[in-house]
Design a protein around this ligand. Structure first.
Ligand SMILES: Nc1nc2c(ncn2[C@@H]2O[C@H](COP(=O)(O)OP(=O)(O)OP(=O)(O)O)[C@@H](O)[C@H]2O)c(=O)[nH]1
Ligand SMILES: [Mg+2]
Length: 463
């Protein structure tokens, strides 16, 4: 049988949040009012279609005192207790007063392990003792999870009480727990019952492999987005005698829209790999991740700094074509005064009207064909990659219990891509330069995938 755990406790203590995080379910109902969950529901966590474990979300205890009274009235020997709990459930199946208790006890009676959830930011109280006693009566393997919903920390007093009823007591923050904490918790589940150890070890292995595979898939998607964006153009025919300017501006706008859509598709795909399809981004555009692809602030934050572009030879194309050292005196230029002049002001930085190449492709029937693109601004692929890196990290590290919109700021507000080591920047620059000069080809894509994967494994400091 697949290891199955019923997540139980007082109302509003984060039971559903724990199920959402461990089962990676972004749609499970979580809410600030007690009683959000009304029915027990089983959530199977599968990887590649193979079920790994099941978590049963349940409503909270409502009438623990009355249940315990019923049990104690009929108590005989300790060994008869589990059967008595089962009898309680079967004899109250249609009793509305005990609906929540039946919902939460049924999966346990049917063989699930118990995960008892408490809020360690609230003081311990005697009322919880009744719940713990009922759970003890079931005789099932059980672990207590101290979730911290608020700021205060009453973990120590909780531990004293919980240790008496549960073989394992762990602190687990449903919203903020990182990957390693999650893995450690699964291993602890395996300690509850000998028959669960092997399947949960397999689940841990599968989860770690799955994380690598998600990162690899993301790298493939982001590399594809980079290539597509680097070769993207927009064309229209210019009627004979018509002025070039308005058409050119229209085409630049159309190209930008197309590039934004491509980036959106990339983000959607990455979110899909991590089962975060529904993730909303912060409204109003004031947060970094939602910054439009084509704004000067964005270009200052993501991408490489001007200095780094020059030092690494990216700007001059020297890494692709060779010769930066001859041309500019190499690293001696790094702190030189010439850099600003070389690269130009902020306008030239983003590209402005210069963002993309404009070409007249020759005569068509009624006039000429105008092509805008590909984007030639040097920092463009770096900005794209910086945005993708940040987005990937936010999605990859996000627990499924965390329901706020995605938002972030970056420490020090420095250029994101400057955090990469020089050799990686150079290799990326070479590959991007080749895409720019040669166009799309499968071998280049593969190179880029490997390089992007290296970027994605690097932790990005955010606050
Ligand atoms: N900050 C923080 N909030 C949490 C955490 N866990 C749960 N919450 C919040 O606490 C509230 C209750 O969470 P739920 O997961 O719905 O709790 P529940 O125990 O399933 O509640 P019922 O279904 O009503 O019994 C929600 O507003 C959650 O967002 C946590 O670890 N940290
Ligand atoms: Mg709930």
């Amino acid at each position: 049988m697949i290891p199955t755990f019923a997540v139980v406790g007082h109302p509003n203590k984060g039971k559903s949040s724990i199920v959402a995080t461990l089962a990676e379910d972004e749609r499970l109902a979580i809410g600030p009012t007690p009683g959000t969950t009304r029915r027990a529901s089983a959530h199977t966590f599968s990887i590649d279609g193979t079920p790994q474990y099941v978590l049963v979300d349940t409503p909270g205890f409502q009438r623990a005192g009355a249940v315990l009274e019923w049990l104690e009235d009929r108590a005989t020997t300790a060994s008869a207790r589990p059967a008595l709990v089962a009898e309680f459930v079967s004899s109250h199946a249609t009793d509305e007063r005990f609906r929540d208790e039946c919902e939460l006890l049924r999966p346990i009676v049917e063989g699930a392990g118990i995960l008892y959830v408490v809020d360690g930011s609230k003081p311990y109280g005697a009322e919880y003792e009744l719940e713990m006693q009922i759970l003890q009566w079931t005789g099932r393997p059980r672990m207590a999870l101290i979730n911290l919903i608020g700021e205060e920390d009453h973990t120590a007093e909780w531990r004293q009480a919980l240790d008496q009823y549960f073989s394992i007591v762990r602190v687990f923050d449903a919203v903020a727990a990182d990957f390693d904490t999650r893995v450690a918790l699964l291993r602890a589940f395996g300690e509850l019952d000998a028959s669960w150890r092997a399947p949960l070890e397999r689940a841990v292995t599968a989860l770690v492999e799955e994380r690598d595979s998600r990162r690899q898939k993301s790298a493939t998607e982001i590399a594809a987005c980079l290539v597509d964006s680097l070769v993207m153009t927009e064309r229209a025919s210019l009627a004979e005698g018509a002025p070039l300017e308005p058409l050119k501006a229209e085409l630049v706008d159309a190209l930008k829209r197309k590039l934004r859509r491509r980036e959106d598709r990339c983000r959607a795909a990455v979110q899909g790999f991590y089962r975060h399809q529904d993730l909303a981004r912060e409204e109003a555009g004031q947060t970094l991740i939602d910054e439009d692809l084509f704004t000067e602030t964005g270009w200052e934050l993501f991408g490489l700094s001007r200095q780094r572009l020059v030092i690494t030879g990216v700007l001059t194309g020297a890494v692709a074509g060779g010769g930066i050292d001859l041309l500019l005196g190499g690293a001696s230029l790094a702190l030189g005064a010439g850099i600003g002049a070389l690269i130009g002001g902020a306008g030239a930085w983003l590209g402005g009207s210069e963002l993309a190449r404009v070409r007249i492709l020759g005569e068509s029937l009624g006039g000429q064909v105008v092509q805008v693109g590909p984007v030639k601004a040097p920092n463009f692929p770096w900005v794209l990659l910086g945005r993708a890196w940040l987005h990937h990290q936010l999605v990859a590290e996000r627990n499924h219990a965390y329901r706020d919109a995605i938002s972030v700021s970056v420490k020090g507000e420095q250029n994101l891509m400057d955090m990469l080591p020089d050799d990686l920047v150079r290799s990326l620059a070479r590959a991007m330069g080749q895409v720019r000069s040669r166009g799309d080809d499968p071998e280049l894509r593969q190179q880029l995938v490997a390089l992007v994967a290296r970027v994605l494994t690097r932790p990005l400091k955010t606050n």
